[in-house]
Write a protein that binds this ligand. Structure first.
Ligand code: PLP
Length: 377
């Protein structure tokens, strides 16, 4: 069991760190329960843990999800699957990225389920089954609107007319991926759903998986046999514009390194991108774009000092960010104290939006220099 957060956050390593990233594994487990509870009984819920569990650390996240009852996991890359197999010997692991010829035995050696994204990949896997003389499992991905991965419509037509191409392949899942699920009323949602249903009717029967985080909230029509959420597990809002049904999982705090006064006419940081117009107290915070704090937040973002929002001024540097603490009494701002960068009052969605990006990017760019403190699990 991992030590409680307050111990890790108070460790010598945490005291040395410029910034501390706290990950609440109990909230993660609760989010898994919230999402799984959205579907009717008999419908499963997997977890998407690609890109190091969306930047939060697959070695801590995946075992916590397994302990919460999750048995099926999706990663993007073969190496991610191999790493996950080492962490979870009992889990069912699906690899979403392509199956390239010559890698078939890597999938088998680590008991990973490949996703077949094209007729060429079907041929590769079917060829391997016939060489081995045994049936092998795989997922089949049909493209219903992303135009990224999965069988395009013309390949689906050919497969539906020539089902023998699947000889020797035991289909574990038929999957597709929604392009606009976070926009409830986007017309592509219903079109993709109709196309997915049609594809299902034309292919050999097998369980189906369609809904990502936001797709789950589009309603039961989108649920099929297995939910496939990622970002909502980690606390992002799958229902933008409405109250976030998920619990926050991530808190990012950074330390004030130095406090200084600036006079009108002086400028702050690279490019002199902020000019001081009145006597200003500046706190320099130990967090920069080298830690994944978006440079786009220069002159735009804010952090919380002792619960008060203070503005980022000037460009973000690689290792530091300047904030204007003039509005706070001197006694409440000291070098060494922590400011809140992401947390319950400054959500990952809000910070991402201020930077002109999405929670996915903010999470997966979380820096390697942070001291990471895991609680619960
Ligand atoms: C194929 C596929 N399924 C499911 C997911 C999970 O999506 P989300 O993080 O929006 O829940 C992703 C993420 O990009 C994906 O690519």
């Amino acid at each position: 069991m991992s030590p409680p957060f307050h111990q890790e956050a108070d460790s010598p390593a945490a005291r040395r760190a410029g910034a501390v990233l706290s990950v609440d594994l109990d909230a993660l487990a609760e989010n898994f329960g919230i999402l799984a509870g959205h579907a009717a009984s008999g419908i499963g819920c997997a977890a998407v843990v690609k890109a190091d569990a969306y930047g939060l650390g697959i070695d801590r996240v995946a075992p916590a999800l397994f302990a919460a009852g999750c048995r099926r996991f999706f990663v993007a890359q073969l190496d991610e699957g191999i790493e996950l197999r080492g962490l979870l010997p009992q889990a069912e692991i699906h690899v979403l990225g392509g199956l390239l010829p010559g890698l078939e035995n890597d999938f088998l050696a680590h008991r990973l389920i490949p996703t077949l994204n094209s007729l060429g990949e079907i041929e590769t896997w079917a060829g391997h089954t016939s060489r081995l003389g045994e049936a092998l499992g795989a997922d089949l991905h049909v493209d219903t609107g992303m135009r990224r991965l999965g069988l395009p419509p013309d390949e689906l037509d050919r497969l539906a007319g020539e089902p023998d191409r699947l000889a020797g392949i035991e289909l574990s899942l038929l999957i597709s991926h929604l392009a606009c699920a976070e926009e409830r009323d986007h017309p592509l949602n219903a079109r993709q759903l109709a196309d997915f249903r049609r594809a299902r009717d034309r292919l050999p029967p097998c369980p189906a998986s369609f809904a990502n985080s936001s797709g789950i909230f589009l309603g039961p029509d989108y649920h099929f046999d297995l939910l496939r959420p990622g970002v909502a597990l980690y606390g992002a809002n799958p229902t933008p514009g409405r109250e976030n049904p998920m619990r926050p999982v991530v808190r990012l705090q950074a330390r004030i390194w130095q406090i200084r006064d600036a006079r009108p006419g002086e400028t702050v940081g690279y490019g002199a991108a902020y000019e001081v117009s009145r006597p200003t107290r500046i706190a320099t915070v130990a967090l920069g774009y080298g830690d994944g704090y978006p440079r786009a937040l220069g002159n735009r973002g804010h952090v919380l000092v002792d619960g008060h929002a203070v503005a980022v001024i000037g460009h973000i540097s690689m290792d530091s960010t300047a904030v204007d603490v003039s509005g706070l009494p001197e006694s409440r701002v000291r070098p060494g104290m922590m400011v809140d960068v992401i947390g319950p009052d400054n959500s990952i969605d809000a910070v991402a939006a201020a930077a002109g990006t999405v929670a996915y990017e903010l999470l997966t760019h979380l820096g390697r220099r942070y001291h990471r403190a895991y609680s619960g699990g």
